[in-house]
Design a protein around this ligand. Sequence first.
Ligand code: NAD
Ligand code: WQD
Length: 338
Amino acid sequence: MRILLCGGAGYIGAHAYVVLVERGHDVVVADNFSNSSPGVLVRLQQITGHPVPFQPLDLRDREAVVGFFARQQFDAVVHFAALKAVGESCERPLDYFHNNISGTLNLLHGMQAAGVKRLVFSSSATVYGDPASVPVREDARLQVTNPYGRTKLVMEQLIGDLCESDPGFHAANLRYFNPVGAHASGLIGEDPTGIPNNLMPYICQVAVGRREHLSVFGGDWPTPDGTGVRDYIHVTDLARAHADALDFLVRERRNLTVNLGTGQGISVLQLVNAFAGAAERAIPYQIVARRAGDVAEVYADPSLANDVLGWRAELDVDAMCRDAWRWQSQNPQGYPSA
Ligand code: NAD
Ligand code: WQD
């Protein structure tokens, strides 16, 4: 298939690019580099052995998006492009609504005008908010706790309405849990700008000496060791699910909403200890107050993905830490500027 990856220069998109090319697809990356750098394209060329077809594109520019679809033919779109920082979304909700929701509307307009009828969408476990019980199944109550989460839920709903209106349009909403790790080559990985919001990149930057210590947000959660429990999933496993979801859309011609996680809850301290083992160095940390908006425990029931996609996570937490560390230690400052 000829596939457009919107936001394909980002962390998850770049890993999906590699898997889709390995599966023989013809893949084009579109991005505005608002949270990524052109350096990733050089690395993707190193991994795949071919130049990366790239289109500069800002999804907020409807004319540009519709014009692009009018000039190019695609069999499917994978839509990663979004702003994703929860705290920032509380400070600048309108920017998040504009970028994520209006951007998605523009994309859907471009697809509809050009007759492109397959979409794989990056949704998130954030749509479950603070779940009533774990593991979380896809039919759990949906509830958002911040503007970023609201954009993900609204985008799922907009896509759902379009699917309802056009029986020929099919979408897969992939609800990622906590993606971590990096490609086994160490050439691509997570490269956050500024102070990392998420746990794994923060640990990586402590390990490489860019930050003094990790602040563990709360040691008094109702969990076995008192720290927050999440479902960390290796980005390579996650990437593979996008290829499987595209195959599903072609084969089954129906819509899908599915959790992507390992099904295993890991605490902050378990991740810190696994990382210390993988990197063979101590990760200094201090337990501090809980972070506003955090919840005790979230992990997936991933059985639907196994049933309908034949997909399951294969890489364990040690592989996640080993690969994250390989990326960070080989690229202490992230991607070099191109
Ligand atoms: P990322 O920021 O690394 O990648 C997103 C990419 O989209 C970036 O390259 C950015 O430049 C691009 N982009 C953003 N707005 C754009 C616009 N208007 N036009 C064109 N390009 C634009 O993030 P990621 O971690 O790779 O996440 C990918 C997707 O997965 C996002 O939609 C995110 O909400 C979702 N998600 C991520 C996580 C996570 O923890 N990383 C968890 C669940 C869901
Ligand atoms: C994990 C655990 C923290 C940083 C977020 C978004 C979610 C999704 C994934 C996109 C928690 C603890 C963290 C630190 C810490 N993104 N922590 N010290 O909060 O599960 O999910 O990213 O859709 O929407 O909310 O991930 O990595 O921020 O936190 O102790 O410096 O690590 O309290 O228990 P989270 P995270």
